[in-house]
Structure formats: C-alpha cells, structure tokens
Design a protein around this ligand. Sequence first.
Ligand code: HEC
Ligand code: HEC
Length: 468
Amino acid sequence: MKSNTIFATLTLFFATGLAAAPTASSPSEKTGGETTIYATGRNAFSFSAANLTDEERTRFVIGNSFFKRNWVEAPASTKVRDGLGPHFITRSCGGCHVQDGRGAPPDIAKGEQPIALLLRLSVPVVGEHGGVVPDPVYGDQFDNFAVQQVRPEGKAIISYQDIKGRFADGTSYTLLQPRYAFKDLGYGPMAKDVMVSPRIAPQLIGVGLLEAIPEAEILVNAARQKARSDAIKGMPNRVWDEYAKKMMLGRYGWKANVASIAHQTGGAFNGDIGITSSLFPNEACTPQQTDCLAAPRGGHGQAAEIDDKTLGDVVFYQATLAPPARRAANDPRVLRGQKLFEQAQCAACHRPSYVTAQSPNPGLSSTALNGQTIWPYTDLLLHDMGEGLADGRPDFAASGRQWKTPPLWGIGLIPDVNGHNCLLHDGRARGVLEAVLWHGGEAEASRQRVLEMKQREREDLVKFVESL
Ligand code: HEC
Ligand code: HEC
C-alpha cells in the first residue's frame, strides 16, 4: 500500500514534471498559481481556473456560451440574442478571440477583410477624461460589416513591405511592415487628419489574474525602471473606467487603454458586435450614419440588448480563464534561453512574477484568483518601442510610439490553439524572433543583443519564450 502511494506520487511527479518552488531565477511551471491547468492543443486557452468551486464552474459555462455563440439581427424570435449591429465586425466575441486565443490578420492574398484585426480611429484632439476623440463620421473604430438595409463603413486595404536585415553572424532576415488604407467608404471621407491604430485580438488567458495584481506593484515597476541607467523607462497609462466612474490604471488593450475586464467587455459588445448594455446604452452610430440610427433595435423592448447579469457572467468567464502550465521548463536549451532572456534585459519589461491580491472586480465573488503567485512576464507599463512599431495615435496617456508590454504566458501555445504565430499589436511578426527584431526605442539595446547572438543562442531564447 505504502509503495503504491510512493509510486503514484512519483508517476505524478514525472507526468507533470513539477518543478521546485519558484525563485526569481527559476520560474514555476504553475504559470497561474493554483488556477493553472495542464493542457496543450487546440483547447489549451479555454479551461476554467483549476481551483473554481462547482457553482463557479457553472457560471463559467454560462458566460462561455454568451462569449462564443452568435448574435443575430433584430427583430428575431430569440429573446436573448438579438440586436447584432447595425454596424459590427463579427457576431461573437469568439469570432475574434478564436478559441479564447489570438486572432490573425486577414489573408490579403485571398482578399479577406480584417476581422480580428481591429482598426481604431480618432482625430488629434484630446477628449473627455484625456481620452480619444472619434472620427466624426466613422466613430472610434472601423466596422466593415452591417445588418441588412444599413451600409457597412467600407473596406480596409492592407499591404506589406519587406524590411531586410542581418544578424551579426551574417544570417539575413525579412520583416513585414504593414500599411493601412481604406476604400469603398460608406459615408464619405474620414477626417483629413484621422489617426488609425491597428490592434489584433489577444489571447484572454489569465486576464482576471492581471486585474488582481496590486497597483502598487505596477508602480514599483515604473520606479525601478526610472532608477535604471539605461533607456528602459516604462510608465503606467491612466484611463477612464465606465464601471468605476473614475480614472484608473490601464491594464488591458495594446496601449493599456482599458482598466477593467468589465469595461472592456461592455465596450466590445457595443463597438465590435453592436450590443448595447446599461453602461454602453447607445448603438455606435454617428449622427451622419442615419441608416444606422434608424435600424431596428434588439432586446425586445428592454433598454439594453444584453442584461447586467449576463454581462457579469461573460466577465466572470474571462476572469477565470486559466493560464496553461509551462512546457519543457527544465529542458537544458530552455534553461539556457532563460539566462539569455535575463542577459538581454527582456525581463526588465517582461517582468516574470507577481503575487496577486484580492481581485478588485466587484462582480467576481470568487476567491480563486486571490493570493496566487503568477508568471505573466509583463510590467503592464507603456514603452516607447521606436518608429517601426509606432502607430502615431495617442490613447489616454499613451503616445503614438508607446505600447504596453504584453504578457508572454501561453505564447508558445498560440500555434496549437490558433494555427498561426502572428505576434505584436497588429500581428505583423511571424513568430517570437521577428517580434524581438521589431523591438526598438527603449528596447533597442535588447534587440542589439539578440542581433549579436549566435544562431543556437537565438533558438534557445525563442525556446524559452515558447515554454512560458
Ligand atoms: C472585432 C474583433 C473583436 C471582437 C468581436 C471582440 N474583441 Fe476583444 N479584443 C479585440 C482587440 C483588437 C483587442 C485589443 C484592443 C486594444 O488594444 O485596444 C481586444 C481586447 C480584449 C480584452 C483585453 C485583453 C488584454 O489582455 O488586453 C478583453 C478582456 C476582451 N477583448 C474581451 C472581449 C469580449 C468579452 C468580447 C465580446 C463581447 C470581445 N472581446 C470581442 C478584438 C475583438
Ligand atoms: C522596453 C521594454 C521591453 C523590452 C526590454 C523587451 N520587450 Fe518585448 N515587448 C515590449 C512591448 C511594449 C511589446 C509590444 C510591442 C507591440 O506590440 O508593438 C513587446 C512584445 C514582445 C513580444 C510579442 C508578444 C505578443 O504577444 O505578440 C515578444 C515575443 C517579446 N516582446 C519578447 C521579448 C524578448 C525576448 C525580449 C528580450 C530580447 C524583449 N521582449 C524585450 C516591451 C519590451
């Protein structure tokens, strides 16, 4: 009996490869602490936190269904899912966050229109609460689809230009620089000085844990970087939150332009799918879009097309999506890559670890995310990443050259889940190495360090990042 127990323990040890207690130099395999799930493959981003109660799991399943299933045009016989549009990009959250994962830019060779690549629009004026001022005719994002009887806003044209370079060892590489334009505009020209910010739909694992990182820890990141003698100087974004009705530290979006999952969810239902809610009660139609304003509303006479309870379930669902455990964490090449990651100062921005506090999300009513040691590899700060990545479009405190350090957890599973490896804010990079080669500005020294690496070192660095 006793030997059986030992055998079982050993089997578990080898099956899961449980690592020793984490230290700064030895990241835990349990990326999300006790929430971590062990999964690879197509569903790796779609599991609930391992430590939810049965009741919470039921709520997760309900939220999941409203995240994944399609909304339909009003008026429809369904009482709970009509109200799509009038303008929209796709019919469900899952239409962009495919499998809760990373969206891809359109395949331009096949003439596809962007779906998961959102094009944010604004004009160069500072708006209420220091936020953006939308294009007067097209609003704050380009919606390339519409319900019947309403004109779509138009089509996006995307093209790529080759940028060639060489590593110090002579190996050449090619990067793709995207360009964006519009055609077939449904409501006449955009503002002459319109600014366009392309943003790909990121994977949603662990977003609830990111919300539970104490604000003080993120400010410590900025203070530590300020004291550095090199160029790395991150700063927090401060943004308006519609739920808290105050300015808050931004955590979500490629420019940390949103503070809470709740605001992001209400905003996405409204802007991307055309579903109104109590705090986003108006369809995203501008005064010039009279057909959009006149189109039938969904919700069967209710003030909002999605009710607060359902919206809360969708927020709960995302907040409890678990980060998958690391793979191959003790592979010698991964361990060498980890050293290179530290030497190249990647960890200065991609901060490995935090201990979460209590989640501030008022609708969460779960303790699953509290007090977890997590390994997201981000400082949640904005950095000037140089001209090559700049979109030229400020967003609250973020300048046209700044981007938020994205978390790296789960990044190696994007090909499993989504069948592609399109990285960076607009999906231009084909894999981790290209993403690093686009780093400039504050991260220029890191890029130089990678350019000097031998091929084997570059591969080890990538292996480490892909193990996260
Ligand atoms: C048209 C594509 C699209 C649809 C549909 C969409 N999203 Fe997103 N989502 C994005 C993009 C693009 C971003 C990044 C936005 C930014 O940087 O401003 C994003 C960001 C997010 C984030 C923040 C993730 C992070 O770590 O920064 C959450 C949470 C989210 N979306 C939830 C939702 C929910 C819930 C829905 C459905 C109501 C939804 N999204 C529908 C494209 C989409
Ligand atoms: C100065 C801060 C900083 C440093 C240093 C830095 N990064 Fe980044 N990293 C960022 C930011 C900001 C982005 C997002 C840029 C964008 O999307 O345009 C990013 C994006 C990435 C991405 C793409 C992530 C995704 O989800 O698409 C990878 C991979 C990455 N970094 C790896 C590294 C590695 C490896 C190093 C070290 C060689 C490094 N970074 C150094 C700030 C930094």
